[in-house]
Design a binder for this molecule. Structure first.
Ligand code: GDP
Ligand code: ZN
Length: 458
């Protein structure tokens, strides 16, 4: 068991006026007490805050004015004794504080180690732990809500219910195996097996369907703006960025390989990616041809195709429509302040039932409608409802897919009249796979890997 005391700066470095050094473990309180001039922290009540000074024991110099929060386990995030030392921001002072704490015997926490301890000590399950990570990275309020719900145990409860159903099914099958002489038991088992597995499978499918939206909330909607030169792509880009507060960049400690800009469109994070150079694409079709542009554009979740109201449609425009066939597109007809030259009937026909928005970007009109179209596209009806559980985590999605597969195997087996104990193997496997989502049946190495993705100090 890990019982040593860990410490880390748990507020984003360089942000905010207050910084927190957090300690967790057996010696969290004694270590802090040695450095603290004020109340005797060893005797104070749990969950109390104390004002005082941090003194460097080697020089007797006062290092910091602080507020110290004492929380004794198990009523803490890690279930261990936890101390949070609040000091006035400033990188230098926080670092000094951390150094002092480390010199008194605490160990620098690995990334995610606080959350890992919470998990290992049974305070949270794995999907909740991962939600903490999502929360740290959440890009919009909606994404934050999803993470909060998951942390709250929504997904866990749902998975538990499904596992319970499978377990009951297996139990019935056991009866059947143990008492094969009861014909009606077999009859019933068959019926029940079909019913239960169908039920569980459709629930898994529902979760998977929502996963796409979950992913978008978490990672942002990869968005490309395309159109002929001069139609207003840059203007559109600027309008989107200016009208919407760009979303805060990642907290230091998480790594990102590419520069991305996020804008929050009514809860949908648009990720204007600049990797493949598809963010704003001039002449894409002209340069690389319809087929290759299709390949490039396929990486996008959303394409904003801009046309010019003041000009006739050209062959290039038509080619752009060809390049985006089958993809998620919103058509924008810009420059409606000019005399109409464009053939609107033709645009409708080319757009093929996709939304068409008219804008006059030099006057900033039409942006509202565009934003509405974007959010409608991704929060259609039910997805906006408050009590849904999104699956937003790649590992969960993988496990759900595998669960669905092994359940499908079971169902095929039932239909083909396979011996019931063989069917049972697939059902048990499904039960295990679902268990991995909440951490019931995971391997140690997976746990380490997962938690190392966290930010330091969480
Ligand atoms: P891009 O080449 O597609 O990126 O187009 P830009 O955004 O650079 O715009 C090209 C020109 O069209 C600029 O001079 C813009 O000011 C102008 N423009 C953009 N939107 C409108 C509009 O709604 N009406 C008019 N008349 N001009 C516009
Ligand atoms: Zn441009």
């Amino acid at each position: 068991m890990e019982t040593d005391t860990i410490a880390a700066i748990s507020t984003p470095v360089g942000e905010g006026a207050i910084a927190i050094v957090r300690l967790s473990g057996e010696d969290a309180i004694p270590i802090t007490n040695k450095l603290f001039k004020g109340n005797d922290l060893k005797t104070v009540d749990s969950h109390t805050i104390h004002y005082g000074k941090i003194v460097d024991p080697t020089t007797n110099e006062i290092a910091e004015e602080v507020m110290v929060t004492i929380m004794r386990g198990p009523r803490t995030f890690t279930r261990e004794d936890v101390v949070e030392i609040n000091c006035h921001g400033g990188l230098a002072s926080v670092n000094r504080l951390l150094e002092l704490v480390l010199s008194e015997g605490a160990r620098l926490a690995e990334p995610g180690e606080f959350t890992k301890r919470a998990f290992l000590n049974g305070r949270i399950d794995l999907s909740q732990a991962e939600a903490v990570m999502d929360l740290i990275r959440a890009k919009t309020d909606k994404a934050m809500n999803v993470a909060l719900k998951q942390m709250d145990g929504h997904l866990s409860n749902l998975i538990q219910t499904l596992r319970q159903q499978l377990l009951e099914t297996v139990a019935h099958v056991e009866v059947n195996i143990d008492y094969p002489e009861y014909d009606d038991v077999e009859e019933m088992s068959h019926q029940m097996l079909i019913e239960k597995t169908t039920e569980v499978k459709s629930e898994i499918e529902r979760l998977l369907q929502m996963a796409k939206q979950g992913k978008i909330l978490r990672e942002g909607l990869a968005t490309a703006i395309i159109g002929r030169p001069n139609v207003g792509k840059s203007s559109l880009m600027n309008a989107l960025v200016h009208e919407n507060k760009a979303i805060v960049t990642d907290i230091p400690g998480t790594t990102r390989d590419v520069i991305e800009e996020y804008v929050n469109i009514r809860g949908v994070p648009l990720r204007l990616v600049d990797t493949a150079g598809i963010r704003e694409t001039e002449d894409i079709v002209e340069k690389i041809g319809v087929e290759r542009s299709r390949q490039v554009l396929k990486e996008s979740d959303l394409i904003l195709l801009v046309l010019n109201y003041g000009e006739q449609l050209t062959e290039e425009d038509v080619n752009l429509f060809k390049a985006v066939e089958g993809l998620e597109v919103i058509v924008i007809i810009n420059k409606t302040d000019l005399d109409k030259q464009i053939d609107l009937e033709k645009v409708k026909q080319l757009s093929n039932n996709r939304p068409i928005i008219t804008t006059t970007l030099i006057e900033d009109t039409g942006i509202d409608e565009l934003e509405k179209a974007i959010s409608d596209r991704f929060f259609e009806g039910e997805l906006d409802a408050g009590d849904l559980t999104y699956v937003s985590n790649v590992r969960h999605i993988q496990l759900l897919k595998q669960s669905k597969q092994s359940l499908t195997d079971a169902m095929n087996g039932i239909e083909q009249g396979m011996p019931i104990d063989l069917v049972q193997i697939d059902i048990t496997r499904t039960w295990e796979l679902l268990g991995e989502i909440i951490g019931d049946t995971v391997h140690e190495s997976l746990i380490d890997q997962l938690f190392s993705q966290f930010c330091l100090g969480k």
